[in-house]
Design a protein around this ligand. Structure first.
Ligand SMILES: [Zn+2]
Length: 260
């Protein structure tokens, strides 16, 4: 072997050595970033890395969960007319919606057809099911509220106490959902049976309605269980709310969190 050949062989050896070294370091870095859980599983790894690696995995899992929640939500807006929120914390002035009569009960014209269809479906289960109430202006609500307070005062109850009692059944003026024209009270003349109410709750979403004040949610809605008060929110929203057992307050909060 000539002197030149020996030098060439030595140089080639060094190149191979560096290539191998580069490959090893490269794989190490790749594993560290792409599969931190593998690094974590190495028993000899420093305590510091073992602590930070699971956090990264946890964060990724959380992000994935949030992403799923976002995409799972209907792509609607909290500003949509059918998602208007009225309750004690969100009092509204007169809304003056355009109205249509459904069997002498006034509702927002945009939900007249769905109200008719929901009522027809309810009558297939109970022929006497009827609309009891629909649109009620703030002025009418004020009248109703004052009337009830006066009735209780007449029995000798102090004004403040009378108001307190009335508020368990009648919304204070401005806080009643009936002023939107998107709420209906639907019941049998003798009162809604619990069995029928359950069937109606299951039927409601396909017509865009939800039971607005379900059992066990009064801490959120501020209203006790009412098995006759249905609210129109649109089919897509109603189906999502029913599936996830959300009341309007919770649903709107979720939409807001998702930036919708
Ligand atoms: Zn009602």
């Amino acid at each position: 072997m000539s002197k030149y050949q020996r030098a060439k062989k030595k140089k080639t050896g060094w190149i191979w050595f560096f290539c191998l070294l580069l490959l090893l370091v490269g794989s190490g870095v790749a594993v560290f970033y792409l599969k931190p859980e593998w690094v974590q599983s190495l028993a000899f790894w420093e305590q510091k890395t073992v602590q930070t690696a699971p956090k990264k995995v946890e964060k990724k899992k959380q992000e994935k969960k949030e992403e799923k929640l976002k995409t799972d939500l209907p792509q609607v807006s909290t500003k949509d007319w059918n998602l208007v929120l009225v309750n004690r914390d969100n009092k509204l002035p007169e809304l003056n919606p355009q109205l249509t009569d459904v069997e002498e009960i006034k509702v927002d014209s945009r939900i007249a057809e769905q109200t008719r269809q929901f009522l027809a479906a309810a009558r297939a289960l109970a022929p006497e099911e009827s609309l009891i109430s629909g649109y009620r202006s703030v002025a009418e609500q004020t009248e109703l509220y004052n009337e009830r307070v006066a009735q209780l005062e007449a029995t000798g109850l102090p004004h403040e106490e009378a108001e307190k009692q009335v508020q368990t059944q009648v919304q204070v003026p401005g806080a009643s959902e009936h002023q939107t024209g998107l709420a209906i009270d639907m019941s049998l003349p003798s009162g809604q049976s619990e069995e029928l109410a359950k069937q109606l709750v299951a039927l409601a979403p396909q017509f865009g309605f939800v039971l607005r004040y379900p059992e066990g949610k009064n801490a959120i809605t501020g209203v006790d269980y009412e098995n006759w008060h249905f609210r129109y929110v649109g089919v897509e929203n109603a189906q999502y709310m029913a599936k996830h057992q959300l009341v309007l307050e919770e649903y709107i909060q979720k939409l807001k969190e998702a930036g919708l």
